[in-house]
Design a protein around this ligand. Structure first.
Ligand SMILES: [Zn+2]
Length: 291
């Protein structure tokens, strides 16, 4: 009801984009051809506005994920609303039922939203106390894993996907699906996403050796010696985030292929990074889509 009041149809969604991207008052904006602020009017039957003086066209859909989509703008907006209203995600199957679109369409919309609107890899780097940890996602069902010999378990470990999590204590998370578990990718990822004035916390896994170079410091927790928390020396924040993301993926999406894993991780990181925000997630998603 709340959604339908604000966005009753396609025209309302298009008008929102027009105001958000071009004309906050609904009709006045800068005309590049006239090189000054002009009044614009809506073109009948087309998602465009024309300059009253010179006829220059502006297309509020241009450059957005909605451009040239065969799905109506109203369905796009409603999908973003549903995604932002749920705490732990919604599957393409649920969306298919809710919207009455095909599974393929639902899935494609989800994919664009996760990979384009929820991608924060180009955002501000992390700083302060930053915990870094790796985890593995995927592989065979757990029922198989518990009974296997050591050798078989090693064989399967390699089919799992490596995910690196970087979390500011009390702040934001970045989560990256790495092509392999080698140290080169891990070091490069840390350098890309963490500012030099940070203190880095990791476990004692060998790939983290030497990553403190260029940083304020690097503290390692001795998990092997069964120590998990030693004062403020721990990686529990990042482990907590991994727990949320993995439970969510297991419960809502059941299984995720390597190709699409980053998109699912984006969604969990996006939610986590907005957990204290006052501005609704739906509004933030709409603004991201517009800009
Ligand atoms: Zn003009």
């Amino acid at each position: 009801m709340e959604f339908m009041r604000e966005f009753p149809d396609d025209a309302a969604c298009l008008d929102w984009l027009w105001r958000e991207r071009h004309a906050p008052d609904g009709h006045t904006t800068f005309c590049p051809k006239c090189d000054r602020s002009r009044r614009f009017h809506k073109v009948a039957d087309r998602p465009a506005w024309d300059c009253d003086s010179c006829g220059y066209h502006l297309h509020p859909l241009a450059g957005t994920i909605f451009h040239k989509s065969s799905t109506s703008l109203h369905l796009w907006f409603y999908t973003m609303f549903l995604i932002s209203q749920t705490r732990c995600g919604i599957s393409a199957k649920q969306l298919e039922r809710e919207l009455g679109v095909t599974y393929k369409t639902a899935w494609r919309m989800f994919n664009l939203i996760r990979n384009q609107l929820m991608d924060e890899s180009d955002g501000e780097p992390l700083s302060g106390d930053v915990e870094v940890d790796e985890t593995y996602v995927g592989g065979k069902p757990r029922a198989y894993q518990s009974r296997t010999s050591h050798r078989a378990r090693v064989g399967r470990t390699w089919r799992k996907e490596t995910v690196l999590g970087l979390v500011e204590r009390g702040g934001r998370v970045k989560v990256v699906h790495l092509p392999d578990r080698g140290g080169v990718g891990i070091k490069a990822t840390i350098h890309e996403h963490v500012l030099p004035e940070s203190m880095i916390f990791t476990d004692e896994w060998p790939v983290y050796h030497g990553i403190g170079t260029g940083y304020l410091g690097h503290r390692r927790i001795q998990h092997k010696a069964k120590v998990y928390v030693d004062g403020d020396n721990h990686t529990q924040t990042v482990e907590g985030f991994f727990g949320l993301a993995k439970n969510g993926i297991r419960a809502v999406y059941h299984a995720v292929s390597a190709k699409w894993l980053q998109g699912y991780l984006n969604e969990y990181a996006w939610r986590y990074n907005r957990r204290f925000d006052r501005e609704p997630m739906f509004t933030q998603l709409l603004e991201r889509a517009a800009h």
